[in-house]
Ligand binder design. Sequence first.
Ligand SMILES: [Fe+2]
Length: 254
Amino acid sequence: MPERIAIVSDVHANLEALTAVMQDIARRRVKKIYCLGDLIGYGPDPNACIEVAMANFEFVIKGNHDEAISYKIPKRFKRLAAQAAFWTRKQIKPRRAPGYREQRKRWSYVKKMPRTRELGVWLMAHGSVESNLDYVHDAETALEVFEDMGESRLCFLGHTHVPGIFLLGERDEIHYVEPEDGKRYQLNGRKAIINVGSVGQPRDEDPRACWVLAREDGSFSFRRVPYEVERTADKIFRTRGLPNSLGERLFEGE
Ligand SMILES: [Fe+2]
């Protein structure tokens, strides 16, 4: 890529985390921001986060939680996720009332999100290339993605909320790298899957928001950004329809 790109994922309607990440991105001379999905779901600010995305992101891949607004009962969702999806749908579904036009815009923005994006040697998706519900978290699941990548060199994913790098070895063996905050990774054309972690609901026991900076020279680094977890959690606790555990887990990053 000839320009600096920020790649974010799994914002999950967490406006405080998204705002902190946007401020960090603004300091890094980034030209474009790509989002790998799950802009909404779980968190208390779906409408505000959609507005930020519409104004700043090149595109948002359709995550399973973005897709869930299309169904009254989302497919393959556990109880907690289904409850949050139901509440989210109610918040963003257009109603004939003041603000209807804006609501319609946000609603169709989410509905029209693409499932994958290919840019040069980059391929981007939410869960896996095949489905936004697949978890790529071990050698077996990573190998399936490498098979689906075709000519692409790098595949960027989200969905697990755990940042990580899977490298393909010469004998098709998988090497896993747990990324360090701020360290530069240069892959020199090696084939890799990069999970960019989560902005709004990290699950790697680090509560800070996560995003990836891709530089002009092909190197990239993972950045962790603290934000006011208490504020987001408090909004969740005060929202009837969002289970408290969704706020509690943000403190631990789990
Ligand atoms: Fe997610």
